[in-house]
Design a protein around this ligand. Sequence first.
Ligand code: NAP
Length: 263
Amino acid sequence: MTQNQNELENKLVVVAGGAGEIGERITRMFLQQGARVLVPSRSKAKLNALGDSLTDISTGELIPLETDVSTAQGLAALTAAISKAGVLRAAVSSVGTFWQGPSALEVPVGEVRRVFDETFFPYVGLTQALIPALGPDTHFIKLNGILSLQAVPHVSAFGVSATAQMAWTRSLIAEATESTPWITELVIDSLVRTRSLQTLPKEYISGDDIAQEILRIVAETNEHQIATMGKGPGDARIEFVPIRGQASENSVKRLFGSFQAKG
Ligand SMILES: NC(=O)c1ccc[n+]([C@@H]2O[C@H](COP(=O)([O-])OP(=O)(O)OC[C@H]3O[C@@H](n4cnc5c(N)ncnc54)[C@H](OP(=O)(O)O)[C@@H]3O)[C@@H](O)[C@H]2O)c1
């Protein structure tokens, strides 16, 4: 038994989106560590398929929960299930979807609203349910894509939500106290090799690579972080003009100075 296995043996973790493509690999990894893994999903069929895909693992315990974490009732059910199952050691959000469409000038406002509704607000709700359930020296890890940091054409509605999710994580980190968990936004910088994307060459990152990084973070890190991970050639011929995204220290000091100075 490894040190990591000792650490997570019988511990409760939540993997929201754990019945999804990457989530399944994260769920598998936690079970291999002997953890009790609570997986909410809107779909009983997906939970059953998840259970079937994990029958080769004899350690840990899968706790499936049919619920919709994008609704208040679903979040209440998740909170109740956590309270019943025990003390939470870590929570991962692998919730999300992808969108591609017309240019930013052509996409209907209603479509942007729909994508935002279906991707941003579920993340807000999840953080409000999961972070209070996590104590100090536990971990909250959220998956995101590089579109949260870099705009590219024809994914505007999705990119805006991914960026907003990143901003939400930054807000959580800005408001973190000694009793909140360590918060990580784990940004994946390419497509991921999953069961439905086996055409992606083996050089690229896989769900198992992400799961291993999550294990490392849970076992070893004690900081809030926005981390980027990726694997593969990175050799596409594209024009790229970086735009500085972060505020300078001077600007942040001026902002807080103006808050204080206004009286
Ligand atoms: N796949 C990639 O190439 C890639 C690359 C970079 C980043 N990522 C990020 O990695 C995460 C997981 O991606 P994935 O490929 O594993 O996605 P996936 O297979 O589609 O799984 C995502 C899960 O999110 C849940 N979900 C989506 N929309 C929801 C909503 N409106 N309300 C409630 N639950 C919702 C679904 O849960 P149910 O079980 O309830 O249906 C689903 O199982 C996402 O955050 C994605 O942005 C993925």
